[in-house]
Ligand binder design. Sequence first.
Ligand code: G6P
Length: 613
Amino acid sequence: MCGIVGYIGKADAASVLISGLKRLEYRGYDSAGLAVIDGDDIVVSKTPGKVAALRDRTRAEWSADRLSRPGIGIAHTRWATHGPPTEANAHPHLDQSGDIALVHNGIIENYRPLRARLEAKGHVFRSDTDTEVLAHLIGDCCKGDLFQAVCDALHQVEGTFGIAVMSAREPGKVITARRGSPILIGVGDGETLIASDASAILSHTQRVIYLDDNDIAVVTADSVDVRDLHNVPVTREIAELEFDGSAAEKGGFEHFMLKEIHEQPECLANATRGRLDHDLGSSVLAGMGTSPRELAELERVVMVGCGTSLHAALVGEYAFEDIADIHAEVHQAAEFRYRNPILGSRDFVVAISQSGETADTLAAVREARQKGAFVMSLCNVVGSTIARETGRGVYLHAGPEISVASTKAFTCQVAVLLMMALKLGRGRRYSREDGGRLAREIARIPELAAEVVRQSEHIAAIAAGYLKDEHAFFIGRGPMYPVALEGALKLKEISYIHAEGYHAAELKHGPIALLTQGTPVIAVACDIPGKDKTLGNVEECRARGARILGIITEGDDEAAEYMDESITVPRAHPLVATIPAVVALQLFAYHVARLRGCEIDQPRNLAKSVTVE
Ligand code: G6P
């Protein structure tokens, strides 16, 4: 979603900001802009479209002197919420005087009454955005002290924000603040950076300060002063980040998505390494932070997430009930707090989020904590808001995921959920023998994924037959039902083919009306309990002329006979088998999208991390 970069230091601000924005491109956006202080003025350059267009425009319109001036600036990639992706709506926005510039992530919910009040005082607005209202409000509050003005303005706004503000009247500083939208400050050598995402600043420094909600900081080239919104100093530690430069490169692959699909064997090895105890037939997940007694006393696992993470949770639901013998349920995170969930001290709430920043999942975490549940997270991004707020959790170790469509995070989420279920199961009813068997199966996961990745060319050849289709149905049952949902999500996200996932039995309760001659049905019919029923549902589809692509178990000739064509995946434990099955569907979606000439890594309208409700 929207991205923020700020810079203050010795280098030329414009080029630091543009390269920072480039690193944020993966998050998804539709316009970009930057502002620097040049002499007594703030100068702004903005454009709809890509950061490359912003770079070209800035180079064409700004003097060499301005472009190379050391100093201070703020920049933004915007994912449109209030108003279309036009130049006028792009950030930064200026206040009425033109002396104050602001970039903002999040949503100012009460922007309408604020705007009306300011208009009554003579303010003139040039955009449709809530952000411009905040810029004007700060200007309106400013009586010669930018910090105080930002505090005063933020006391009046409802909603969420991560902001960076600067003023031509106070040129040595940037003010940054957050509520519900991440901000981190990179502490460099004679330079300081501000960003909504560490990837924007990692090439400058690995030393970062994370702001908490309602923190506001005054940042200069060599100091960071963090306070709360009442101007009381607060202490925030400097954290050291790891920098893996290769994660930001495609490494010879045509797209990040393909690279990340191919990385899965290695990521899954990292996610499971040192976490399986084959002697005890259990797993070692110290981050869960629960004693064996607490685990034994749990009554329910409640998982929350959105998008792909929600689908991982649905696989987890089968795992917890089957392996750990504990009641498990899954909630779409956006709905969780509004339905007033019944929770207590024996509920284990697991927030699943690749980015650790999804606004709805974060809100669900807060609701669960409020109600006294055990809350833990399963995040990929180290130091993300959800990981920090839950305090306990298990990191995925999948490495940075750049492609908007999530792949390696999903398979690592499932692998970690299986290990959690194993740990819970061993604390309850699961025997050492059963645990040992499952631990051995989990240890096979990296190789199972590798076997499917090696079929990429074969899957590409199959995908070539689906380029003209505008609709597709994915079906499965048992743990393969969420796999079907995820397969459909991948296909629609990146190829723009309308794809729906259904429980194999549900198809005949409505969607089957849409099947006509040649409609693609992708049946996830691996050889696990329930397969025969799925094959029966495949027959129902065939009888209506559907064209069936099967995801089936290697050597399952019986299943192959039901299909027009098949992709085979290795035989494995029914829950473990979800991982190779989904890798096959990731590759199918990828190749269909590639052959259709789609953009893939940054699909239209989508954002990597959804930080608004
Ligand atoms: C966005 C992304 C999805 C992701 C979802 C949840 O919609 O495009 O790929 O699954 O957010 O994100 P999270 O970071 O919480 O897993």
